[in-house]
Design a protein around this ligand. Structure first.
Ligand SMILES: C[S@@+](CC[C@H](N)C(=O)[O-])C[C@H]1O[C@@H](n2cnc3c(N)ncnc32)[C@H](O)[C@@H]1O
Length: 415
């Protein structure tokens, strides 16, 4: 038996290479500034909170303090795994259960007090290394900074349902067609209402659908919508003569525009990113993100989707099409070119690749709205609220999001 620095007694002490702590685990537990402290608390074992979904294997302790409940989303990768949670001060067992099955499970564990907690994953066979995929470990009530879209959508469902008809009418008036959907508009509207940005950037005006949905959610927040083309004059105004007053259209090349004056005094920033290509991604990551990294912010990305909800062997085939060779080639050969899949991400736009790269480098999670709303909501008693805004069942969202607020790293490209 070995006493770890957390007070947890490990029967099979973790070693640096036997413990590979997941991904989005730490950032969701602690404010980014606390990450170093947490890492050093775990018995000197290096915690790799990298971007790749992985397992943490070995009996290891994780300190948790504060909060009234823990949510763990976990998938056992070997048979006979158990998870237990102990009070590190008293050694009392708060919770213990077997993890079985091949689908992610959500466990909600109520904690009677705010003492430190240790979590142990263990196999029935002591000779076998534990292998667990922890998708999410969250301390309710704690000041974690990853943006919980599922909470937002559930909490704001009554609000979004209240403006749903107006959003739908706006999208019809604007004739957005397949460029932007009502479920996407409702999700962004819920995020505006919940996150309360003081400035919104809409990257890619086109039909105006995304700008209108965000503007109608909060008429007091300034929205700057950008397009290199004059779609505001040629498309939006001919369809809607009196657009929401809080939208300012800017005809400019995003790759050249200086966003400093719009963002430097902003307190909370929301971005909807729907203009495509590596050059725009370079501008977002080298210029826009440094301006907002240390302010509360959230970035939603259109056309970067989740392939886990349409996953068939048939769907994985190229279907006789060419493989993806970049968006320009895809755009010119759409009927005969397949999309690109990177892990769970499926996309036809180049920035999907840049996004994965940026998230990996900064140890942050590229999050999927589909996954959040469909899987993470699964065990919640208040999940029924979703039917207020998605009465015909949960749709495909085609939206991902990220925030540098969840990480302590600040790695930006030069351009
Ligand atoms: C997919 S559309 C945006 C759709 C929009 N969100 C809506 O609701 O209709 C992408 C837009 O990005 C614009 N765009 C592409 N490159 C750009 C650049 N370098 N600077 C500004 N806008 C750009 C395109 O002109 C196009 O209108």
């Amino acid at each position: 038996m070995v006493e770890s620095s957390t007070g947890w007694r490990n029967e099979a002490p973790a070693t640096a290479d036997s413990l590979n702590l997941l991904v989005d685990l730490l950032p969701s537990l602690q404010p980014a500034s606390e990450l170093g402290r947490v890492a050093s608390d775990v018995g000197g074992v290096r915690i790799d909170a990298g971007q790749h979904p992985g397992a943490f294997a070995a009996a290891a302790a994780l300190p948790i303090s504060g909060g009234a409940a823990i949510t763990v989303e976990v998938l056992s990768l070997v048979p006979g795994m158990s998870i237990s949670i102990r009070n590190t001060a008293t050694g009392d067992l708060d919770f213990e259960t077997e993890i079985t099955g091949s689908a992610p499970q959500l466990l909600h564990i109520d904690l009677p007090d705010a003492a430190g907690r240790a979590i142990l994953f263990r196999t029935a066979n002591a000779a076998q290394a534990p292998a667990v995929l922890v998708k999410r470990l969250e301390l309710q009530g704690a000041d974690y900074s990853r943006y919980p879209v599922v909470d937002t959508v559930i909490r704001q469902a009554p609000f979004a349902a209240g403006i749903k008809d107006r959003l739908q009418q706006a999208l019809l008036d604007l004739d957005v067609r397949e460029r932007f959907s009502l479920p996407q508009g409702l999700t962004l509207a819920a995020a505006v209402a919940d996150f309360r940005p003081t400035v919104i950037l809409d990257l890619g005006t086109c039909t105006g659908g995304s700008a209108f949905c965000m503007a109608l959610a909060d008429p007091s927040v300034p929205i700057y919508t950008f397009d290199i083309e004059t779609f505001w004059q040629t498309w939006v105004l001919p369809h809607v003569s009196t657009p929401p007053a809080n939208i300012t259209p800017i005809v400019a090349d995003i790759t050249q525009f200086d966003f400093t004056s719009l963002l430097k005094d902003a307190e909370r920033v929301m971005i909807f990113w729907d203009a495509h290509g590596f050059e725009i991604a370079g501008r977002v990551f080298s210029h826009i993100m440094p301006l907002i990294a240390d302010k509360p912010h959230i970035v939603f990305c259109h056309d970067v989707s989740d392939n886990r909800f349409n996953d068939t062997d048939e769907g994985r085939s190229y279907g006789g099409k060419m493989m993806f060779r970049g968006y320009a080639h895809y755009d010119a050969n759409m009927p005969t070119t397949a999309r690109a899949n990177l892990g769970w991400m499926t996309t036809a736009v180049d920035q999907g690749i840049a996004l994965n790269d940026f998230c990996y480098r900064n140890r942050m999670t590229l999050c999927s709205v589909d996954y959040e709303v469909k899987v993470t909501s699964a065990g919640r008693a208040d999940r029924g609220a979703l039917s207020q805004i998605y009465p015909d069942g949960l749709p495909g969202f085609d939206l991902t999001f990220f925030t540098l607020n969840e990480t302590y790293l600040r790695h930006f490209p030069s351009r």
